[in-house]
Design a protein. Structure first.
Length: 266
C-alpha cells in the first residue's frame, strides 16, 4: 500500500479558475444552467464591466506617468491624434509591469514628440509579459551603435589562406535560445537577416550599453561580428528598457572575443 502523503494542490482548479474569470467578465449567466435573468441585462452588465476595466487601466497609466513627471521639463505639444491612438490601445493593458512601459512611452513622447510611432504602439499592445521579458533580455545583450541596436551572435574570421570560421556566443545560457530569437523575429522586433560587421581591425566598433560606452577593435585583419539588427519598431521600443552591462554575459562575450577582438570600456 502506497503511504506517500498526498501533495497539497496549490492555486485553482480549472473549474474554479473558469468560474472566477466568468464572474470577472460579467458572464455569470454561463454558470447557471437555468439561465436566470434577461440576457440583454447580462450583456449590458458585461459591457459596463468592460468599460470600467478599460477606464481603470488608462487612469492607472496616466497616474504612473504623473508620478514620474518632472515639472521643470519644458515639453512640446503632443499630437492629439497620437494621444487618442495611445489611449485606445493602452486602455486594454492591465498588467502593472506593462502599464509602467506605457507610462514611460507617454512621458518620453511629451518630452520629445515623434519618439514613438503608431506602429510601435500597436506592436507593444500585442506583446505578452513573456515576450516583453524576452525582448528586455535581447536589449540587455545588444550593442547600441548610433541609433540602432545590434544583437551580436558570433565572431566571424576569414583565414588568410582561405576558408572561414564562426564562433557563436552562448546566448541560450542567458535566456535567449534560437527559439526566443525566432519569436522576436515573428513579432517584428528583430530582423531575420544575419549581418556582418566591417573588419574590426580597419573599423573599430564604438557602441553604448545603457550609460556605458565601449569599443571593439580587431587584433588582426579579417575579423567581423555576426549580428541581427533590431527592426525600426524594435529600436523605438528598446529605448524604454534600462539596459546595463550583464557581468556574466560580458565575461562570456570577452571569452569568445579573446583570440581576435579587444573589448574596452570608455
Amino acid at each position: 500500500m502506497d503511504k506517500t502523503p498526498a501533495v497539497e494542490r496549490m492555486g485553482y482548479s480549472p473549474t474554479d479558475r473558469l468560474r472566477q474569470l466568468a464572474q470577472q467578465q460579467g458572464l455569470e449567466g454561463a454558470l447557471n444552467s437555468d439561465e436566470r435573468g434577461n440576457p440583454l441585462d447580462r450583456a449590458r452588465h458585461r459591457a459596463a464591466i468592460g468599460v470600467t476595466r478599460r477606464q481603470k487601466n488608462l487612469e492607472a497609466i496616466i497616474r504612473r506617468a504623473l508620478g514620474q513627471s518632472d515639472d521643470s521639463t519644458v515639453v512640446d505639444d503632443v499630437d492629439g491624434d497620437w494621444f487618442y491612438h495611445f489611449s485606445r490601445l493602452s486602455e486594454n493593458i492591465g498588467s502593472p509591469r506593462m502599464q509602467g512601459l506605457w507610462a514611460n512611452i507617454l512621458l518620453r513622447e511629451l518630452e520629445n514628440p515623434g519618439s514613438f510611432s503608431r506602429r510601435a504602439l500597436e506592436v507593444l499592445e500585442k506583446l505578452s509579459v513573456k515576450e516583453t521579458g524576452l525582448f528586455a533580455k535581447a536589449v540587455n545583450m545588444a550593442l547600441q551603435v548610433g541609433q540602432e541596436y545590434r544583437l551580436v551572435i558570433g565572431i566571424y574570421r576569414r583565414h588568410t589562406l582561405g576558408g572561414s570560421q564562426t564562433r557563436l556566443l552562448p546566448l541560450g545560457q542567458f535566456g535567449l535560445p534560437y527559439s526566443a530569437l525566432a519569436t522576436l523575429m515573428e513579432i517584428g522586433l528583430l530582423q531575420s537577416s544575419e549581418l556582418l560587421s566591417a573588419d574590426l581591425k580597419l573599423s573599430p566598433l564604438h557602441f553604448n550599453v545603457g550609460s556605458h560606452k565601449g569599443v571593439l577593435s580587431g587584433g588582426r585583419r579579417k575579423v567581423h561580428l555576426t549580428y541581427y539588427r533590431f527592426s525600426s519598431v524594435g529600436d523605438e521600443l528598446a529605448r524604454l528598457m534600462s539596459a546595463e552591462p550583464d557581468n556574466k554575459f560580458e565575461g562570456e562575450f570577452k571569452k569568445a572575443l579573446a583570440a581576435d577582438v579587444q573589448l574596452q570600456w570608455q
